[in-house]
Design a protein around this ligand. Structure first.
Ligand code: HEM
Length: 824
């Protein structure tokens, strides 16, 4: 039995047990040459502090070994002799210098040690005074660096040895980021070289630590790299470390793959995606922070080579676009790679306005061709008529476009005809007919004789069918629906399938979409044939006739005349093009009116205001001009267009050198703007009401578009209150006592509020659409009392399956009960 501290007794006890199972390791002189030759030996220089458990920290065991040199503080000056001897024996490839927090060396002054010694042995004072104890360690980082420098310069140390710094932190954590990297790096290296078990876990851990490292260290520093002139050494280091980490991941993956075929498969399938994502992320950060005067937009990072962002975009483009815009500053365009196509999303008022102003260099036909090809079915029945026309929609053909005869310039002719016939007297004709037809449709749905409540299982469905019938009769005359009694039902089924058709889902996977599209085309073709039997569109007697029953509006006759001259035009293709017009004329305005009514009816105070406004402005017959001037009705309509419209406005540069600000946009690559995102930009939209209440951009607020003279902060645009105070914002003056009627002011949000697109391609139907909205609200509210019967807790939401294709209707049927109003 040995006397001594209990710990020593315990140690000896444990040693006894150890001896029982102990197997002698290979002889030093046998192992040493192998270690020398491989260069894989590792030497760890660390503190004697028992809290630093080197074996545990690095997982050292009988397989993974390292030579450990310990002294107070783990200082190189004391260790040189041991380093030299161990180097002589095994010539290790690396020396790790590991200091730790809360080290005795950071608390104790060497002078105090000397005092202590002198007290113990006063006779040796001189020797003690002349002995070197170094100086107190200030920071561990500094002490590690000092010792590395010493080892590097010492003649006793082989200069080809890799020297690595490493700091052990509190509670065995490791300081981040530099040291975590080293920890990680050691882990990989030692495992690789000691042939320990390779596991998928290790690989995942390395990937995670790499991603963490690059996110925390590289990302904030990237602005430096973008300005190549200002590269800072630490940033450079960070990139090298990342590359080294990456290299280790590849090496680890490779080793794993050799050990297990399942892992081979796993690694082979994961690595290309991880690699692609990492590389595209780095490139995107560099591009976003580039400061040159002529630069390309960053490409949104993606993981799938070749397909790029295609699947994310097709799967949930709302989220995808939101994320893409959230990634960078608002005014930085973001490019998406959709298989072999590139498109660039631009955002922010100044970019959007710049795009509209640059219409001379931009063409909108590409999307129209895509629509005609797929959504309207043109590709199979006469593509050569329209796909070759790249002359644009202006009278002057686009520079460099094909030399087509004027009569073959289908897009210009179509553009001219719709724009000319949806303003002025032709518009008055259509709008008046619409009002009349809608009144009749509503009277047919719930006749004036019906005084009791009527249950309506699908209130929005009623709006769809009555509005569609009214508008179709107004524009195309009564025979289109008369000849095709299912047209109304077919149209809404077709509208439901529009996303599949636009997204090119093959017929095999969307048979209903194609079937209903083809039915619509056949219906329109039948109507064309019937009209042609009764009317000669070139009959001079029709000159100046705004409407006749067979073709309906003059716009439809003019289209027939336009198409007659187009080479190779077919009856099928004409029908497809008219299906397109029917879609454009209904798909947006009908859901907009639906939302106007729903949001009015679910707010009793607003319903009372709207009804009062309608009965004052338009008592009895519809007074369109008065309704069109109503600030509150216009504001409600505009708010719905802001809130429910998700359309991508698209343009293609027609010149090689097209730029907006510093950003370059290659010829032929699509540029898109998301009306949805622009309408939700909290930096530019006003969310504060006159009452001080907040009206979030995601919420309906009937008065958002109203400006009050006496409230400079009112109106749709966010105004800087401080600037108003200083007089920096333009404010309309109000005379004392002057009443302050609100003004509808959409112009305040030009470039932010773009439901109809812009420039010369702006929607030609916008004036008619507004009249439909006024008449829709007025007739429904004047004729009926309407009670929506929403299930408790139900929040009405737009049907996001239609996201990207215009105004989205409400999701799910809405039950209601309706009865005729006594005073209409
Ligand atoms: C709320 C209602 C409507 C909305 C939100 C809307 C929106 C749009 C948008 C965003 C465009 C593309 C503009 C651009 O590229 O800059 C467009 C084009 C078009 N819209 Fe509308 N629209 C509506 C109603 C109508 C109506 C009622 C008609 C017809 C009667 C119509 C006919 C067209 C046509 C023919 C085009 C293509 C114009 C061309 O290529 O020149 N739209 N619409």
């Amino acid at each position: 039995m040995i006397n001594g501290p209990p710990a020593l007794v315990e140690m000896l006890d444990r040693n006894k047990k150890h001896v029982e199972t102990y197997k002698a390791p290979p002889h030093l002189m046998d192992v040493a040459p192998k270690i020398r030759d491989s260069g894989n030996g590792v030497m760890i220089l660390t503190c004697s502090d028992p809290r630093v458990n080197v074996f545990e920290i690095f997982g050292l065991d009988s397989v993974l070994r390292a030579a450990v040199i310990r002294n107070a503080g783990g200082r190189a000056a004391d260790a040189l002799r041991s380093v030299a001897i161990l180097q002589h024996i095994a010539r290790p490839g690396a020396i790790v210098v590991m200091h730790h927090t809360d080290c005795g060396g950071t608390h104790i002054e060497p002078g105090d040690v000397k005092k202590d010694l002198v007290e113990l042995s006063p006779s040796d004072k001189t020797t003690i005074e002349n002995t070197q104890f170094g100086k107190k360690m200030n920071s561990i980082k500094e002490s590690v660096r000092e010792d590395i420098a010493l080892l590097k310069t010492s003649p006793l140390v082989d200069h080809s040895t890799q020297l690595d710094e490493f700091k052990q932190g509190e509670g065995s954590n490791f300081t981040f980021p530099l040291d975590a990297f080293w920890l990680w790096r050691f882990h990989v290296r030692s495992e690789l070289f000691s042939y320990s078990e390779h596991s998928a876990l290790n690989l995942s851990r390395q990937l995670v630590s790499f991603l963490l490292y690059s996110t925390l260290t590289i990302k904030p520093k990237l602005p430096y790299f973008a300005n190549f002139g200002a590269i800072h050494i630490n940033e450079l280091k960070a990139v090298f470390y990342s590359i080294a980490m990456f290299d280790d991941i590849v090496a680890e993956g490779y080793s794993l793959a050799q050990h297990d075929w399942r892992l081979t498969a796993l690694v082979a399938s994961v690595v290309p995606f991880a690699l692609t994502y990492i590389i595209t992320s780095l490139l995107a950060f560099l591009a976003a922070n580039n400061k040159s005067h002529s630069r390309s937009p960053p490409i949104a990072p993606y993981a799938v080579p070749f397909f790029g962002n295609l699947f994310a975009f097709l799967f949930d483009n709302e989220r995808f676009v939101r994320n893409a815009l959230g990634r960078y500053a608002r005014d930085i365009p973001v490019q998406f790679r959709l298989a072999n196509r590139k498109l660039t999303l631009i955002s922010g008022t100044s970019n959007v306005l710049a795009m509209f102003r640059s219409s001379r260099y931009l063409d909108a036909n590409e999307i129209i061709i895509i629509a005609v090809d797929n959504a309207f079915g043109g590709a199979s029945v006469g593509r050569e008529c329209y796909a070759l026309d790249n002359t644009g929609s202006r009278k002057e053909p686009l520079p460099g476009s094909r030399p087509l005869k004027m009569s073959d310039r289908i897009w210009y002719l179509q553009h001219k005809t719709t724009h000319a016939n949806l303003v002025g007297p032709p518009l008055v004709e259509i709008a008046e007919r619409f009002v009349k037809c809608l009144g009749e449709e509503l009277d047919h749905a719930i006749p004036p004789s019906q005084t009791d409540w009527v249950d309506v299982p699908d209130f929005y469905g009623l709006i769809q069918s009555t509005m569609f019938a009214a508008s179709t009769n107004a524009i195309y005359g009564p025979h289109l629906i008369r000849l095709n009694p299912d047209l109304n039902k077919d149209f809404w089924e077709y509208d439901h399938h529009i996303p599949s058709l636009f997204k090119l889902v093959p017929r095999l996977f969307a048979p209903k979409a194609y079937a209903v599209r083809d039915r619509l085309v056949a219906s329109v073709k039948k109507w064309h044939a019937h009209a042609a039997e009764h009317v000669d569109v070139k009959d001079p007697a029709l000159e100046g006739v705004a409407w006749e029953e067979y073709y309906g509006s003059k716009m439809m006759r003019d289209r027939v005349v336009d198409y007659i001259g187009v080479a190779n035009m077919t009856d099928d293709l004409r029908a497809c093009l008219d299906v397109g017009l029917i879609w454009a004329a209904n798909a947006n305005i009908v859901p907009t009116v639906g939302w106007c009514l729903i949001d009015i009816l679910t707010r009793p105070a607003l319903a009372a205001t709207a009804r009062a406004e309608i009965s004052t402005l338009s008592p009895g017959e519809i007074n369109m001009q008065a309704l069109l001037a109503s600030p509150i009705l216009q504001s409600i309509y505009a708010e719905e267009l802001r809130l429910r419209n998700a359309i991508f406005i698209q343009r293609t540069p027609i010149i090689d050198t097209f730029k907006m600000g510093p950003w370059k946009f290659p010829k032929g690559d699509l540029i898109i703007v998301s009306s949805w995102q622009e309408a939700r930009n909290r930096e530019t939209w006003n969310q504060r009401g006159r009452d001080g209440e907040e009206h979030d951009v995601e919420e309906f607020w009937a008065e958002r578009f109203l400006v009050y003279k006496d409230d400079p902060l009112s109106g749709p645009r966010l105004v800087d209150a401080a600037k108003v105070k200083k007089g920096g914002e333009e404010v309309e003056k109000v005379a004392d006592g002057e009443a302050s009627p609100p003004k509808f002011a959409p112009e305040k949000v030009a470039g932010q509020f773009i439901p109809y697109g812009g420039s010369e391609n702006i929607c030609p139907g916008r004036f008619y659409a507004k009249q439909e909205a006024m008449a829709g609200m007025a007739l429904f509210l004047a004729k009926f009392e309407i009670e929506l019967q929403l299930e408790p807790g139900r929040v009405l939401e737009p049907n996001k399956a239609q996201f990207g294709f215009g105004v989205m209707g409400p999701k799910g049927a809405i039950k209601a009960r309706m009865r005729r109003r006594k005073v209409e």
